[in-house]
Write a new protein. Structure first.
Length: 158
């Protein structure tokens, strides 16, 4: 797997957040590409973390933080537990659809200082915090995927 370096740019804050978040999302998707469903369900740890779970979990995080909490949309928040018929291909496609919807909301021109319409905590958090949180969460889980993928078949790279 070729190594992809993170983008470097001298853009503004929103542009930088978007570029780095996109990079981490694509890194996670690259880590799971080409893995069969049995391997995608395999977990090397007692918590059950697997490649398939990681993709489902990140789709849930994007819906929860951007569509439901920040935008206040009445959307169903997907679960991240695995069902017997779940496939990695379907989970990855759903994740891609979710992040396109999330980007359409998060980068539609709202101020990064705008607060979530559905605050889940006190004090409420801003769009800036939500995007930074999704960036760190995606990067953390892409790292987990990197380790699991290397354990599955030895493939490495971002």
């Amino acid at each position: 797997m070729p190594d992809h370096k993170p983008p470097r740019l001298a853009g503004g804050e929103a542009e930088t957040l978007r570029a780095l978040l996109s990079y981490q999302r694509e890194s996670l998707v690259r880590k799971v590409a080409g893995v069969d469903d049995a391997a995608a369900r395999w977990s090397p740890v007692g918590t059950g973390t697997s490649l398939l779970w990681l993709v489902r979990h990140m789709a849930r995080a994007e819906v929860t933080w951007i569509l439901y909490r920040f935008a206040g949309q009445d959307v169903a928040v997907p679960g991240d537990s695995l069902d017997p018929g779940d496939t990695l291909e379907a989970a990855t496609a759903a994740y891609r659809r979710v992040w396109r919807r999330a980007d359409a909301v998060a980068f539609a021109g709202a101020s990064l200082d705008e607060l979530c319409r559905r605050p889940e905590a006190d004090p409420p958090v801003s769009l800036r915090w939500v995007l930074a949180h999704l960036l760190e969460e995606t990067a953390r889980h892409a790292g987990h995927a990197d380790i699991i993928r290397e354990l599955i078949d030895g493939r490495t790279g971002r």
